[in-house]
Design a binder for this molecule. Structure first.
Ligand code: MLT
Length: 302
């Protein structure tokens, strides 16, 4: 018999993949395995008997990895399981940055009580004119599961796609090279693209990579999208660039005090992976990993 503990809400559908050999415990101290989504995991949750932690998501920056390594606790994540959900939010954000859908919807709400609202709308609509994304250049930094899906979708929407990833596999690079420009120097993305989106993990080497220098290289009026991790962007430099009009819009999933009240910043509350489908996929993959490890000793991160 094994016991598992969920540190935050994990999809019930996913948890149904545990069979009768497993019971859920409310107490982390009794757990053989812990499932966690975005909650920060503390050292005290690493109980003596703990054998495995599964992060139902891609990023593992909420897990004390060094402590787990010292203790021989195996840490899994669920690469790709929520990639489609993030891709769809990135596409929506590009469209929101290009068309004033939010402004238009607010205008209709504000004028809804006016019996002439339909007529007024015809007059007001010129205020909300936007641009199309077809024909624009999209730069994708990081061509993992999410970056690749964004690349394919944006190509189908008629965008010219440039991708940068020094660690991409040969196969993935070959498949993508038929539809996107594979860039060797990230500065070429900064200098040439109308939209830039980052899809890299938060590592010492990537923190602050969207720096003042990087932003200064960007085209005037660039739209920057960050649905990966807040620490990738130097937010002070970004705010300066937004105020100067250098960056036209910052679309992000991270509601940090530095950016929340700045005009032309559109923020969602870390919704990238928040779809029923993605939550089920991540939980199912996490349960499979834990079972395969506890029952068969297999360590397979997929
Ligand atoms: C991820 O790293 O995959 C996301 O942060 C997942 C989530 O929102 O839970």
């Amino acid at each position: 018999m094994f016991q598992y503990h969920c540190l935050n809400n994990i999809s019930k559908i996913g948890l149904q993949r545990f069979d009768e050999k497993y019971t859920e415990t409310d107490n982390a101290a009794n757990a053989d395995a812990i499932l966690v989504r975005s909650a920060k995991m503390h050292d005290m949750e690493l109980a003596d008997k703990l054998l495995a932690v599964a992060r139902a998501g891609a990023g593992v920056n909420n897990i004390p990895l060094d402590k787990c390594a010292d203790r021989g606790i195996v840490v899994f994540n669920t690469p790709g399981a929520n990639a489609n959900a993030v891709k769809e939010l990135v596409l929506a954000s590009m469209l929101l940055a290009s068309r004033d859908i939010i402004g238009g919807v607010e205008w209709v709400k504000e004028n809804a009580a006016d019996p002439e609202v339909g007529k007024l709308a015809e007059k007001a609509k010129s205020k909300f004119a936007g641009n199309e994304i077809a024909g624009k250049k999209l730069g994708i930094i990081g061509l993992g599961a999410i970056g690749q899906l964004v690349a394919n979708a944006a190509t189908h929407l008629g965008m010219e796609v440039y991708g940068y990833d020094p660690f991409i596999s040969v196969d993935a690079a070959w498949n993508l090279s038929r539809s996107i420009h594979h860039i060797q120097d990230v500065n070429d993305i900064y200098k040439n693209c109308d939209f830039i989106t980052v899809h890299v993990p938060a590592l010492d080497s990537t923190k602050g990579m969207i720096s003042k220098e990087a932003i200064n290289m960007m085209k005037d009026g660039v739209v920057l999208m960050n649905y990966a991790r807040d620490v990738l962007v130097d937010e002070d430099a970004l705010v300066e660039a937004l105020k100067a009009g250098k960056v036209k819009k910052y679309m992000t999933d991270f509601a940090n005090p530095t950016v929340v009240n700045v005009p032309n910043v559109i923020i969602t509350p870390h919704l990238g992976a928040s779809t029923e489908e993605a939550e089920d996929n991540c939980a199912e993959m996490a349960v499979k990993q834990i079972r395969d490890f506890l029952e068969n000793g297999n360590i397979k991160n997929s």
